[in-house]
Design a protein around this ligand. Structure first.
Ligand code: FAD
Length: 370
């Protein structure tokens, strides 16, 4: 008898499952996909969209369309809680949806510190779709006066956002803003010194200031205060301090990793609920904690698809092998990037061209099914 497969989030690890959704239906199963938007945005191209290299249409997948076209059901809502004992997922609207097999690819979020919900001109780097709103607001403010933009966090998304705000405002009418990164104690601290030095050089040549005087302790509308007590006035603030897995699991009393991600075994299956699977930023891969990068979510696709079908059809599961070192390319705006893979380190236009080629190819492959 057919079973009910529920997918929470149409993120990067569900791409193959979504593209082959019809194969579940052809075997007599029902598929429901739940997500807060009809589209999913590809984060690797998010900073490029902020800088106007890409349009929103270039970097998004039509999730609802792809699901409905293949005979699935799409519910535009957010999962908030799982009642594992009843095999039910609770949505923000209050609706409950039952499942036989469920898979999570609900991503991560940037913690908002103690910020008031109505704080003015404070944006997170995620969700990616909000970068469009941030872009419009920066252009409107910069058209009126010289503004100072602060980016909190010293990692890759902070560097990419800084470079792409520079690109955005270079090409726009109005005043050039001052751009300041608040990087804590060290900029790009997870990366080898040569990588951070190259990125730092490119950004500082463009006038981006990188503050390493310590961590930001509090954020107010219009200012940040560091642990030292020093206050910096800012007209616009970006939060880019690193991400945490979607809070659904902690809200649901499920086994999680130390970061709150769904704790999964090597088959991407929950360690205490065999009917639950997951991929991407929202899981904690017990065998080997993984960096929160899209590369792993993309690599998990075929295994997740195979295992969801196997769980529905009672056939053997496959283990996921995270693979070795991965290619990293940072888009720093102005058509320039920094590329790193093992011993290879390269910067400039070619590095950006390689990233642009890979990202566009990925988009084309999955947009083709639309
Ligand atoms: C600015 C920026 C640039 C980045 N650039 C790169 C890069 O170049 N290369 C790289 O490898 N990584 C990059 N990363 C990291 C990358 O974004 C993540 O590792 C990647 O997005 C993880 O994919 P995911 O599918 O798990 O999550 P997401 O891409 O966040 O997708 C999650 C999906 O779930 C949906 N969702 C969220 N909450 C719920 C809910 N409650 N219920 C249902 N659905 C929900 C969302 O709408 C979204 O569609 C970047 C991150 C940022 C912030």
């Amino acid at each position: 008898m057919g079973k009910h497969l529920v997918l929470i989030g149409g993120g990067h690890a569900h791409m193959v499952t979504l593209a082959k959704l019809h194969t579940f239906i052809e075997k007599g199963h029902r598929v429901t996909v739940i997500g807060p938007s009809d589209h999913h945005y590809y984060s690797g191209m998010g900073p490029g969209m902020l800088g106007k290299t890409y349009t929103p249409a270039d970097i998004r997948f039509r999730t609802r369309h792809v699901v409905e076209k293949q005979g699935g059901t799409f519910i535009c809502d957010k999962a908030t809680k799982i009642i594992a004992a009843e095999k039910q997922v609770v949505l923000a609207s209050g609706e409950k949806v039952g499942y036989d097999i469920i898979s999570f690819n609900a991503g991560s979020y940037v913690p908002r510190l103690d910020l008031a919900e109505d704080a003015q001109d404070v944006y997170s780097v995620k969700p990616i779709e909000r970068l469009m709103e941030a872009q419009a607001r920066i252009l409107a403010l910069a058209a009126r006066k010289k503004i100072t933009i602060g980016i909190l966090g010293g990692g890759p998304s902070s560097a990419e956002v800084a470079g792409n705000i520079w690109q955005l405002t270079q090409n726009a009418q109005g005043h050039r803003p001052a751009i300041k990164i608040f990087a804590g104690k060290r900029f790009m601290s997870r990366f080898p010194g040569k990588v951070s030095a190259k990125i730092k050089r490119i950004l500082t040549q463009r006038g981006v200031a990188i503050n390493t005087d310590g961590y930001v302790q509090s954020v107010q509308s219009g200012a940040v205060t560091l642990a030292s007590g020093a206050t910096h006035n800012l007209d616009f603030i970006f939060l880019a301090m690193g991400v945490k897995p979607n809070p659904i699991f902690r809200n649901s009393d499920l086994a999680t990793g130390p970061d709150g991600g769904l704790r999964v075994n090597e088959c991407l299956q929950s360690v205490d609920h065999p009917e639950m699977f997951g991929g991407g930023d929202c899981i904690y891969f017990e065998k080997q904690p993984l960096d929160k990068v899209g590369v792993y979510a993309v690599r998990q696709n075929p295994v997740l698809y195979h295992n969801l079908m196997a769980a529905l059809e009672d056939t053997p599961l496959q283990p996921f092998d995270p693979g070795g070192d991965y290619l990293l390319i940072f888009n720093l705006g102005g058509d320039s990037g920094v590329l790193r893979k093992r011993w290879l380190l390269m910067d400039g236009k070619l590095a950006f061209k390689v990233k642009d080629y890979i990202d566009r190819k990925f988009m084309k492959e999955f947009q083709a099914i639309e």
